[in-house]
Design a protein. Structure first.
Length: 256
């Protein structure tokens, strides 16, 4: 990378960082609400007050433990205030936006990367969540980072980040499964030596499920599992509703 390109990269990095911080600064003292108040902060507070544990169902609504452990550790360092918890989210928002830039630049060029990162940040749903301590923000950041290192063929970073991803939310398991499936389709076969690296995040998630079974007697939080439906008609209808929400609601049709 030339000296000029390095300078441009540094400028883009700091411009995105200060843009996000300045626009999110006014909400750092907002009170907790909804899921943040119901289980994110209680689970992190339990870690802060009682020490490390991965068994947090009584506080976390059954979600995987990574973000609660991280937030609890940060509470130990800087205190358990609203400002601290929201700053952690702002940092993950920056990672999501910055790695969207890197991903766009890697696949296309710098101009596309900048446009993609700005579209992501100012996308209404992301913008509204990006300063509040919802699991969706670290989930988005870790997803984009995992995709970036997957395409870069940096196996170590991919395994670490995608493993943390599946330990943030259960639904994130579709990412390593999809990427493994992509590898198999691309190579037209499954090579255990070559493709095992892509199995590691899936195995991490399975180990978490087994630990739940051994400790609680269930693989997943019973209330969450009770929402699952095996009726094919309902699954199809729900899929259409999800697609509608993903691509059309809240002016998303502009991007679509």
């Amino acid at each position: 990378m030339s000296h000029v390109n390095k300078r441009i990269e540094v400028i883009v990095f700091f411009l995105l960082f200060f843009l996000i911080f300045i626009l999110k600064y006014p909400i750092l003292n907002l009170p907790y609400s909804w899921d943040v108040m119901n289980y994110v902060i209680p689970a992190a507070q339990h870690i802060y007050e009682n020490g490390f544990t991965i068994f947090l169902w009584n506080y976390s609504n059954g979600h995987p433990p990574f973000y609660f452990i991280l937030l609890g550790f940060i509470f130990n360092l800087f205190g358990s205030s609203q400002v601290v918890s929201h700053l952690v989210t702002v940092f993950f928002s920056f990672l999501a936006v910055y790695f969207t830039y890197l991903l766009g630049k890697l696949i296309f060029n710098r101009k596309i990367g900048i446009i993609a990162s700005l579209l992501m940040f100012f996308y209404p749903t992301f913008f509204s969540y990006s300063g509040l301590s919802y699991l969706a923000v670290p989930e988005a950041a870790l997803t984009v980072m995992s995709l970036y290192y997957f395409i870069k063929r940096n196996s170590l970073f991919y395994v670490i980040l995608s493993s943390l991803l599946v330990l943030t939310t259960e639904r994130a398991i579709v990412i390593p499964f999809a990427l493994l499936f992509y590898e198999i389709l691309k190579n037209k076969k499954f090579n255990i030596k070559k493709d095992f690296i892509f199995l590691i995040p899936i195995l991490v998630f399975i180990l978490w499920l087994i630990s739940n079974k051994l400790y609680y007697g269930y693989f997943m939080y019973p209330i969450s599992v009770s929402f699952l439906d095996t009726n094919i008609i309902k699954i199809i209808l729900n899929s259409f509703m999800v697609l509608k929400s993903l691509f059309f609601d809240y002016y998303k049709w502009i991007l679509t």
